[in-house]
Design a protein around this ligand. Structure first.
Ligand code: ADP
Length: 210
């Protein structure tokens, strides 16, 4: 293992939000190198393909020192080993994150006892933010300004613009349809990955990337 203090920050990042960026910046002050590891997550049905997620994060973090971006499709512990990280970094936004993260941390410890998991909390303004909610707001035509980097905002518009136009055309044809709004219901819930590899969880079962 290298003498550098290296942390791996795994996630789906579909897309990378200002909350992720906030955490990455904080981590860069604590570690010699922070490796943002983008999970393949095939079953999570990512909006952005892996190459685009990686490209966006590279572009957004270009001005930051000590940040690297890699992709992975296996266990987080294997990714950590590859990049020489002794620490897995995760974000804790609310108590609701805790149970899932606790399970993942213990599973990762079982898989790789020498790896530690560190948690950072974002700025208060990003504690309610998750990629799923951002996509839903963007999909329904709401503004995500200030929630994601400008480049991500543009990419969301480019990717979702067409479907929004199609929906607008469809609702013009059937005006009786009620307008949808982001709700606290299942569609706004973040589908999370966990410890091992990114795999979609059925609603009834928590899933994780270890
Ligand atoms: P995952 O599917 O692994 O949860 P995400 O891309 O949703 O992937 O999140 C990756 C990591 O970033 C997780 O540790 C998550 O807690 C953290 N995170 C997500 N959104 C925020 C935010 N707004 N502020 C801080 N951390 C966040």
């Amino acid at each position: 293992m290298s003498s550098e203090r290296i942390a791996v920050f795994p996630g789906t990042f579909d897309p990378f939000t200002n909350g992720h960026l906030d955490l990455t910046r904080r981590a860069a002050r604590l570690f010699d190198r922070v490796v943002v590891a983008v999970a393949e997550s095939p079953a999570k049905g990512a909006l952005f393909p892996m190459t685009e997620r990686v490209e966006m994060i590279r572009s957004v973090t270009r001005g930051l020192k000590r940040i690297e971006v890699v992709e992975f499709s296996d266990l987080v512990v294997d990714c950590a080993r590859r990049v020489g990280a002794a620490v897995i970094l995760r974000g804790l936004r609310a108590v609701s994150d805790f149970e899932f993260e606790f399970q993942m941390a213990l599973m990762n410890r079982k898989l790789s006892p020498s790896l530690e998991v560190a948690y950072l909390m974002p700025s208060l303004q990003y504690t309610y933010l998750n990629s799923t909610l951002v996509k839903e707001v963007a999909r329904l035509g709401g503004s995500v300004k200030g929630l994601v980097p400008g480049m991500v905002e543009e990419r969301l518009r480019a990717r979702l613009g067409t479907s929004r136009q199609a929906r607008a055309a469809a609702s013009a044809e059937s005006p009786a349809q009620p307008a949808r709004a982001p709700s606290a219901g299942s569609s706004a819930k973040p589908a999370r990955t966990g410890t091992a590899r990114s795999r979609a969880r059925p609603a009834s079962r928590r899933r994780a990337r270890a």
